[in-house]
Design a protein around this ligand. Sequence first.
Ligand SMILES: [Zn+2]
Length: 399
Amino acid sequence: MNKIELKSLLTDGALATPTGRIVRTLSARGALSATQIARLTGLAKSTVSTVLTELRRSDMVVEAGSESAGGVGRPATALTLNPKAGTCIGILIGQTEIQVILADVSHTVLSDRSAYLAPDYSPDTAIEYVRKLIADAYQGQWQGREGLLGVGIAVGGPVNPVTGKMLRAGGMPTWAGADMRELFGPIFDGVPIFCDNESNCAAIAEMTWGAAQGHDDFIVYTLDLGVGGAIVSGGRVLRGIAGGAGEFGHVVLDPNGPPCRCGNRGCLDVYASFREPLAESERHFGRSMRLADVVELALGGDATCRALIERAGEAGGHGLGLIGSVFNPTLVVVSGRLVAAGDMLMRPLAESFERHTLVKHGDVPDTARTILSPSRFSDNGACMGAVGLVLRHHGRLLN
Ligand SMILES: [Zn+2]
């Protein structure tokens, strides 16, 4: 078993063979039992059993449960791809953060590192940080860079996942027109690069490891320094013709409202993102603050911070009401760093959602009510989703 062999089994062409389908399913889902593999692939149990015997003999597949194989909620007699078969890298290019996660093909995170930057940093600065974070990620690992199978990049603005080009970037104007393949290709020397916006990546993380496991249709609604979102239908993230689907933050609420970073006026983002509340907290405390500081102070009982978060929940619920009226979704996963505030955010959000959306809880039976579920990720999970882009082959190959 080697990297070349696994790579060939992860290509689209390999889907024609039972072995290819089983390897792709294990790559996408992490640890699975033989019964689950049969159900997910539609292959006969006897076929699955024969192929798994071969894969275990060639050391491509191992039993999960050893310290080397991770995966959330794995069943008792689960199998994974051999962690030694390869690694993937997830990169988050966020508005104020660059994050790099190194994981192996059994879904175990080997390293998770971040750097924090002032907004509007340049692509050149990002490349410098990414190089350094990757060098740090491999320090002390027995997995070397030669085992790297693919790189996923989550970006904090709309990007075309096919071309890898940033659109006129809403939240990240300094990245407008940037070509992710040109920028990151030289670092990775021919390794496949996948790319998507951070909310779509968050959706992939939620369906792979998070609150949307087992759901094929759901909405991700992100409340952070920007408002974002993603739409998942039939197990696929809807990207739109140019990669701009799910940009809930830039629905215009008031065409005469204050200017938005995207160039329009009165977008939901202007009212419900935490940029202005964060600035307000800085004025109040007379020092520089991070979003996480506000949440921590609020949880510790600070009334000013608490009011800022409750107001963000109320404003966020207004926007979510619109989304509810358009999609009437089964499940909304609320993500972003504000979610760490727990009920302090979720309660006003749910109340405001109920007031602003068309279908009210009281109008329908329990089974027809939209569930609002906080994300289990401490940030928005986007960088894990970037790892998922590689493992699930959701993104289109850029090179
Ligand atoms: Zn806007």
